[in-house]
Design a protein around this ligand. Sequence first.
Ligand code: SF4
Ligand code: SF4
Length: 685
Amino acid sequence: MSPLLLFTLFAAAMASFGAFVIWLGSRSRRRFDRALVLVLVAMMVSMSGGALLYETLPPLLGIEIAIFLSMWIMVAGIGYLVGQLLEPENAPPPTPRGLATFRGIVIAGGLGTEAMLGLALALASGSFALRGGPGVALTALLTSAWFLLPMTLEMALSFLLIRKELPTFAAALLGLQPALMALSPTLAPAGSSTALVVAGGAVMTVLFVLIMEYFTRHRSLQSGVFGYVTVVLGVYAVMMAGLFLWQYDGNPALFALSVVLEMVLFFDAVLSPTRFQGEATVVWDLKAGVVFGIILLVFVAEFFMGATFDLALDGRSAFLALLPNVPAGPTLATSVGPWFLEGIFFVTTVLGSSWFLLMMGLEMGALIVFKMLGTRSRETRVRLGLVLGAFFLYTLYLPAFYFAPDTLRWIPMVGWSMGFGTGGGFFPPLLFVLLATYAISAVLSLLFGARQLCSGLCSAALMYQGSFYDSLKTFNRRSPVGRKLLGSRISRLYGAVFSLSWASITVAAVLSYLNHIGTIQWTVYGEDVAYFTYVLYFDLLWYLVFVSIPFVGTYACVSSGYCYWGTFNQLLGRLGFFRLKARDPATCVACTTKPCTKACPVGLTDLPAGFIKNGEFRALKCIGVGDCVESCPYDNILFWDVRHWLRDRLGHGRREAPSFPAPRKVPGSPVLADETTLRMVAPHR
Ligand code: SF4
Ligand code: SF4
């Protein structure tokens, strides 16, 4: 048998034994059981420590010390066990701190065992050399196959042993973690880690989707589940940042730290699986700060995942070529500004990159599919399908993979997202394409409303309308800023934001134009001023607002009026055919709960007032998401646009077929209701 195979089998055997000890630890209810586990851990540590001493000290000395150490640890262990047997039966139960200490010792022992054994076997196999200081050597060991693979096996086996004690969600969460560990990119030979980077990113994305969907369905969570999820998200944010740094400059220290953190977290959970059971006690969506933390951690992990994809798939030099060179000054004071600007360029480059958008598209797309599955209205289901199609075709495939960048700028709409977008600046040869983009979008908004953009073509539709993010629309009514932006009236805040946005983009466009005709020479380190403004708005500010949902509500780009491209289309939508119509305004009068006022992700709470007063609702901010249609228990809301106008004109007007069960009359009321509503209104009557 080759030495390598022998070492591998030995490492696997130790990992299996480690998993068994962890499993024993998870079942230890009595003091004696816990003492036995601690003794087994001590023996594992002494064995692996002995192997390491044998490998690093002169052979004879190493063997002597190893045998001496093991013997004394065994003697001490037996003495400790006997001592536990002599403890009185009615000894007080362990405190939570005592149990946490027990778990801490078991985990530290398990990790120490694998690290020492991994190092001993790696040195013995000749595949590892101790280079650099202790920190460098430890980092290299923790990210090597000699540590990661046995630990993955230990994680997987211990998970399988306790699997039956876990609720389904916790089992999925813990089950994916060994898979993620097995896909650590540092396991691949140098220069060929791309497949592992992508596969690991895919598993992590699945994990995020699972977590977000679970949160959507469970507003109240068991505290163990909630605590575990929030910490695991933090660890993944660190892990992705670590992978990015490793890809960028070859330093795996942060990644190694995240690996250890994840293992500690995982084994801590395996050692106390009961934490995932019991009554739900945390109503997570009542805590704005906590929700913000969760969204932020997911976003940070996604950001670095996108950046890692960019480096792995496009190459480091291609990625760096996208970043403008901002020369730093000679002193700290003169360097802060350039560094800040470089930071902005770095962040916006990643957030606008194709791989980031693809990853986000898949993640947010999965949440859209969950929303579709829970949607009763056929029209909304179809629209959500169009949102998916629009994102992958219009936002991603055509601009990023189909058209060459040079060609793209000559194609209206596709190459001109947000009216500036990938087309670049505001200069004479491209004026026609720019104006054509505005004209096409304007016509679409006049005919169908701003829904063609804000609930369709814009990538914001994908981001905001997936199940999890849509469920956060309660913050439109609860957050301080969200409350100021409620309803269709143009508040002072909206007016100020709207004016600032339009003023800035107009100034930027004029500067861009003057620069291109040679009147001035103004760029932002070579970047066109108008294009830079667009990037600031949509590759930076937009995401800041997005992660701030708990403080500003959902769809804040619409409700606050900060998106110039959105407000342009919303204005035309308001002037055009699009509106919501009430099939019967009297139904709204008698409707006691008015759920449509809570359904709108933009916060349009005055729908019923419009229906009752005018029989229809028209508003600048209405972007036709359709959640109100879905929420109305009477199926009383109807979308109306140029198609209905044409039907009316051509004499083919027909009442839209209800997509809900036929409404029926509320007892004692002149209006109709279905079973759900009858149940809903009963307590109020
Ligand atoms: S307001 Fe702007 S960013 Fe928001 S959905 Fe509309 S076009 Fe997109
Ligand atoms: S839920 Fe339906 S019936 Fe009730 S106020 Fe809204 S549109 Fe009218």
